[in-house]
Unconditional design. Structure first.
Lengths: 332, 332
């Protein structure tokens, strides 16, 4: 195993978020499940967009947000994901590179436009997402850069990518390349409905190729089809080297062997937009891990990054997370 | 003169703003004049964008922002401006229509993309703008909808559009159509450098076709090439039926015949982003005018709308201006 030049390489959907505020009835009128992500086709994307209010565009993508968070913490990260050669593709590439994340996946020259996610934010700050995958559906094993994966301490995989078979194959190849170089593999379950659609594949990946698993309460209970958080926690403890379970305002629980670490959420004045809370928690946690911190400090870094992101619109950090973390004594 | 079905029709550049924060040295390193707008070509746009930090995209355009403000106040407005058939063109059309502004200019099917403005916001909230006009350069007399203009109480023209000759011709035709229907014509000088580039044309339009002129301090002194605000105010008083002069945190001065009305700025906790302050002031003022309010109330509505816009990132209202204005007793 050679010296690692990167802290984290992330693999996920390359998405531009189109964010608008809405009231609760809008979600039910549109048949959306509050707080979840649904996949939509081009026609649905147009219809929902027409019905939405004025919006703001900002680069997103779950694991891409995590990579941006790691850069904001002062770490070295790179992202692998597919965009088209259109305006949104340029926006995505600009935003992730300009925060210091390496991004060299060649834009697709085929027909589908860059992926976009129509994000509806209700007055309570909760986000409901509608994703048109576009160019991301073309993501496949060819896009994987094995040398890049081999050079990173952690390869972080986005569960959402499991919605397409070629991407699923790319995930297994990535996990294999990471392990062949003695690196760690992390996975986010992303969304309870996504877990429900691909439960067996997720379980196989958790059992065979994942060292660090991130999930929230609904995702982990969906994975094991168990009714309580406690039962699901017991199940995952037996299978993952490290399981990181996030519980919104109740903080997070980290399980590793016989160890259980509970970490409180950071207080925030007002939750403006919950988009990216889990993504940024993962950024803090993984960055702590690559710096050799104990699990509790990793969790505290996660809570700090999540609190910054939910205090404003959008899922990319506006303040320097490195400065915030130093101020709290969580980084030297 | 038939009953008017619209309060205001605005004619201007249809632009998507790409907004990023920067420090003061960034502006000088890039050779930008703080607080002003410069026109850039495609190559410059790419170079500046590459140098900028992570950004947020939001629909903009000076007079388009005003039209959005009028809709937010509860008024009826429409916008005329040219976009391309690309992703930013769709974003622009969506945002302005979804706030309730009529927008029916057909997208251009030629080569140039939708106009974009690279907006750099310094820590003091000041904005410095770099505009690639793109599809807006194709705006011409053909795009003018004379029936629409004839149906609006006020036709509001954006000075920035004067940077291209075909648009200038379209302006004169619009002013003529408005007057032929007994309507009012309003003009924003937009920017002191823009005034400097087209001084004679602006003066001719102010003398012959404009009823209400909007300008800030640097713009009005640039127009008359006078050193002091007071001298410039005297000069414009003799030429415009109503001149509305804005002075940032010092509020505004409204001149009409022998009348002089001074209106204070509304206090704001912190200026987050000054983008759109003048545009939204104009929205409040013009909406008051179409409702038959006196000049002072018009100015107070302007101050209220400007204060809302500078308290957040972006130049489109986030709160309902109608609700805010009712709460202050400025609208019934």
């Amino acid at each position: 195993m050679t010296e690692s030049s990167l802290d984290v390489v992330g693999i996920g959907n390359a998405i531009v978020d189109i964010i608008a505020r809405c009231d609760e009835p809008f979600l039910s009128n549109q048949g959306m499940e509050k707080g979840f992500m649904q996949l939509i086709n081009a026609g649905q994307a147009d219809r929902i967009y027409d019905a939405m209010g004025p919006a703001t565009e900002q680069s997103g993508g779950s694991v891409a947000n995590t990579c941006a968070g790691i850069a904001s913490l002062g770490g070295k990260s790179a992202f692998i994901g597919r965009v088209a050669g259109d305006q949104f593709g340029k926006v995505f590439a600009h935003d992730i590179r300009s925060i210091g994340v390496g991004f060299d996946t060649a834009p697709s020259d085929r027909g589908l436009p860059t992926a976009r996610c129509l994000v509806l934010v209700t007055p309570d700050g909760e986000r409901t997402m509608n994703t048109f995958l576009g160019a991301s559906t073309e993501f496949a094993e060819d896009d994987i850069d094995e040398a890049l994966i081999g050079s990173a301490q952690v390869t972080y995989l986005e569960g959402y990518l499991f919605d397409k078979d070629p991407a699923k194959a790319a995930f297994h190849a990535s996990a294999k390349a990471a392990r062949a170089n003695g690196r760690k593999v992390a996975l986010s379950l992303s969304d309870a409905f996504c877990v429900d659609r691909h439960r067996d594949d997720f379980l196989a990946l958790v059992r065979d190729g994942v060292d660090i698993l991130f999930a929230n309460e609904t995702e982990i209970t969906s994975l094991y089809q168990l009714n309580s958080f406690e039962e699901a926690a017991s199940a995952v403890r037996a299978e993952a080297e490290v399981a990181v379970l996030t519980r919104s305002e109740e903080g997070s629980v980290i399980l590793s062997g016989n160890e259980t670490v509970e970490v409180p959420a950071d207080p925030v004045g007002q939750v403006v937009d919950a988009t990216g809370a889990g993504d940024l928690y993962a950024a803090g946690f993984l960055y702590g891990l690559t710096r050799g911190r104990d699990l509790e400090t990793c969790g505290r870094l996660g809570s700090l990054a999540a609190a910054e992101i939910i205090s404003h619109i959008g899922a990319r950090p506006e303040a320097s997370l490195e400065t915030l973390a130093r101020g709290r004594g969580l980084l030297d």
